[in-house]
Design a protein around this ligand. Sequence first.
Ligand code: NAP
Length: 286
Amino acid sequence: MRLLITGGSGQLGTDLVAVARAAGHDVTAPSSDEMDLRQGDAVLAAVSAAAPEVIVHAAAFTAVDRCETEVELAEAINVGGTGHIVDAARSVGARVLYVSTDYVFDGTKPEAYLETDPTNPKSVYGRTKLEGESRLGPEDTAVRTSWVVGAHGNNMVKTILRLAGQHPELSFVSDQRGHPTFTADLAQLLCHLAADPLPGVVHATNQGAVSWFEFAQAVLEAAGEDPQRVKPVTTAELTPPRPAPRPENSVLDNAALRNAGRPLLGDFRESLGPVVKTLLGEQCQE
Ligand SMILES: NC(=O)c1ccc[n+]([C@@H]2O[C@H](COP(=O)([O-])OP(=O)(O)OC[C@H]3O[C@@H](n4cnc5c(N)ncnc54)[C@H](OP(=O)(O)O)[C@@H]3O)[C@@H](O)[C@H]2O)c1
């Protein structure tokens, strides 16, 4: 298929471009210089030239805390930019797979969130990503994911390994729970959904709900380090407090995929080991 991927330089996009090309798709992945989402003309020109059948829209302003103060930029990229992508997709008859987020929820539900649960974002990032969802048409899919980690870009696995190399003891919050989701696994699912559409809202995460504290322990264990070096703290104890509120419960039930008989992503622990090995190898070379 002809795919156009936005955000191809990001942590998800890097794996997505590689996985899609390895699967034999004809992939165009314009950089933000070549196609700034804020500029409708540039988006339309790039999409018209590539004439994709599907646009996988993974680009976003993802700096959650910065979104609280750079509200106009967050709106321009996450809302306006998504509108430009959808308009351009319609002009060439393409479908859009929009990568969205667990931050559309307020995190107060005790159980895992279903696709049909009411949204109530508490941060500018979450609100603008949700408004991006509202720009989609009936043929498009909003793929909500959570706690994205992988071998590329900045993410929590890298942060945990770096901190473990610098400090004897690490602290991570034990009162925020979610599904860590590995970029290579999500990339496979996005390629599947590109070929075999499932319109509407779809939750797609690796399985295995943990707190950040438990996840940091799992990362140390995978690195052959003592997981007891990680200590639990509460969000209220973080100093300084983070500008954007995070949902306490970020666990997404992948009900739409399951009910449609689509493949679910595996347990995050199966993907953690290989990524930790890759990152430790890179650390050794530095
Ligand atoms: N990270 C998470 O934990 C998480 C959780 C749930 C959902 N998501 C969603 O998953 C997707 C991928 O996240 P990620 O962590 O891989 O993101 P990321 O590493 O921060 O990458 C963001 C990408 O967006 C591009 N971009 C930013 N502004 C742009 C603009 N004005 N025009 C064109 N491209 C622009 C960036 O290009 P440049 O590098 O050139 O700026 C980069 O390629 C996003 O939609 C995000 O909202 C992420």
